[in-house]
Design a protein around this ligand. Structure first.
Ligand code: PMP
Length: 290
């Protein structure tokens, strides 16, 4: 029976319920993290917890537990569910309050940890590459809602995801209001041209992906490539030799077509293959926790 960590204790899934007055439900007021465990080790756990506390601080939510307590609770939840390979969801909600927006009338934030399994994309897509589209809907601009806040309201991304689903694909590339390539609905983007790897700079308005940083700092360099952060238009992505996406759930996956347009020769290219292989080796052999 699966067990959920809620506000300090492990409870059966059937008892893990949230009040209808929780502002996480009423307004999407709260933040979350998606984290992976491989072979009992939790990939980049410290980076995920740091980003969670940064999200919380940017929305002026004071977590009910400190970093060490949350780290402990995540390990307890994995163990309680007998999982070695898992997808972990960490959630802070604003907590129970009144029906108005006022966040500070919610005295205690809710804390939830779920450990389950996930397979985002079919395994064969990691070999063959994936087709995506470009969403019509732009990513929310930084001054409106800084996308580095991993908030409980994902409607901007969900509406772009619906465009992808309507087009029969799994992901959509989102541009910012200036038409620059930003990110996908749940993944960051890398493009390769003439052996040079670039990823949209954080100034384009993206989530600062933990997998993005892992690939920039460790995976690509181990494959003999440096990654540049840059601001570039959609044309550069369409003209690339290779494109791949990164995310906690997606891992590293090649993109071989954008709508009707083929990327490179329409196959997963050598740089992407090397990065996918290196990523898989690292999670299997050592799975760095920070
Ligand atoms: N962008 C968005 C909008 C996301 O939701 C995610 C996480 N699913 C990512 C990028 C990838 O970030 P990470 O590597 O930290 O999972």
């Amino acid at each position: 029976m699966s067990r959920i960590w809620m506000d300090g204790k492990l409870v059966p899934r059937s008892e893990a319920v949230v009040s209808v007055y929780d502002h996480g439900l009423l307004y999407g007021d709260g933040c979350f993290e998606g984290i992976r465990a491989y072979g009992g080790r939790i990939l980049k756990l410290k980076s995920h917890i740091a980003r969670m506390y940064e999200s919380a601080s940017l929305i002026r939510l004071n977590p009910a537990f400190d970093v060490d307590e949350i780290e402990d609770a995540i390990r307890q939840t994995l163990a309680a569910n007998d999982l070695e390979d898992a997808y972990i969801r960490l959630i802070f909600t604003r907590g129970v309050g009144t029906l108005g927006l006022h966040p500070f009338r919610c005295p205690t934030p809710g804390t939830i940890i779920i450990a389950d399994t996930i397979q985002l994309y079919p395994e064969e897509l990691y070999e063959q590459g994936m087709k995506v589209i470009v969403a019509d809907r732009p990513r929310i601009p930084i001054p409106c809602l800084d996308p580095r806040i991993k908030s409980l309201n994902y409607l901007n991304n969900i509406l772009a995801k619906i465009e992808a689903i309507d087009a029969g694909v799994f992901e959509a590339i989102m541009l910012n209001l200036e038409g620059e390539v930003a990110e996908c609905t749940g993944d960051n983007i890398f493009v390769i041209k003439d052996g040079r790897i670039r990823t949209p700079s954080t100034s384009t308005g993206i989530l600062h992906g933990v997998t993005r940083r892992f690939v920039m700092r460790e995976i690509a360099p181990a494959c003999g490539h440096e990654v540049e952060e840059a601001v570039f238009p959609l044309e550069d992505l369409l003209d690339a030799d290779e494109v791949f996406l990164t995310g906690t759930a997606a891992e590293v996956i090649g993109v071989t077509a954008v709508g009707d347009h083929r990327i490179g020769d329409g196959k997963v290219g050598p740089v992407t293959k090397a990065c996918v292989a290196e990523f898989r080796r690292r999670i299997a052999e050592e799975c760095p926790e920070d």
